[in-house]
Write a protein of this length. Structure first.
Length: 212
């Protein structure tokens, strides 16, 4: 009979920091693109084929365990309409929520009434606090590995649109007292809308079997 050690699930292989650090400027763009697509596809396949909750937790916390620089080296240059590009946007969104949940919760409360999406789509409770927005960011990434990836992408897009509306309201409030801050927030809102559009397009590509 095998012992308990042999029955223990293997720790899933993650990203190799040494290899990732060698990517910037060191590889032909075509090779970098191939690496990005290969690692993204392998990660999604591994997560969707594995029901171990510990594996799911590690995949959601990829940036914390591997480092944002490592993940960026692999995926940040990938076009938005690709699997690595879509994953990069999801992980960056989660990292922002993780690092500044108070600001994200404030922006959500400001924007939810004006954004052209239903609140349930974004998946956040009424009057969310920092813990609520962290939970929805985790739930979105969980959906990549346990549910329909296109739904996860669309939920993230809806979340971005709500936050963009909140940032625009914030900019309006700052306009008279801090014009420079208002301009930065306006640019941030535009960036969030662009990210939402990119995620929605990626979701449509996934449904068509063309997100690679």
């Amino acid at each position: 009979m095998p012992d308990s050690e042999s029955r223990r699930p293997r720790r899933p292989a993650m990203l190799d920091p040494v290899q990732a650090e060698e990517l910037p400027g060191g590889l032909d763009p075509a090779v970098r693109s191939q690496v990005a697509h290969t690692t993204a596809a392998a990660l999604v396949h591994h997560g969707r084929a594995n029901e171990d909750p510990d594996v799911l937790a590690r995949l959601i916390a990829l940036v914390e365990t591997e480092g944002l620089d490592v993940v960026a080296a692999l995926w940040s240059d990938a076009p938005a309409a690709t699997l690595p590009g879509a994953l990069w946007r999801l992980y960056v969104l989660r990292e922002w929520v993780r690092r500044d949940p108070g600001t994200v919760a404030d922006r959500y409360r400001l924007g939810v009434g004006a954004a052209p999406v239903h609140e349930v789509v974004a998946g956040v409770a009424d009057a969310p606090g920092p813990a609520d927005v962290r939970a929805v960011a985790d739930a979105v990434l969980s959906g990549v590995y346990t549910g329909d990836l296109d739904v996860a992408l669309e939920r993230a897009a809806s979340f971005c649109r709500v936050l963009a509306a909140g940032a625009a309201f914030d900019a309006d409030h700052l306009d008279t007292v801090d014009p420079g801050g208002a301009v930065r927030l306006t640019h941030g809102a535009a960036s969030l809308v662009r990210t939402a559009e990119e995620l929605e397009h990626a979701a449509a590509l996934w449904r068509a079997g063309r997100l690679e």
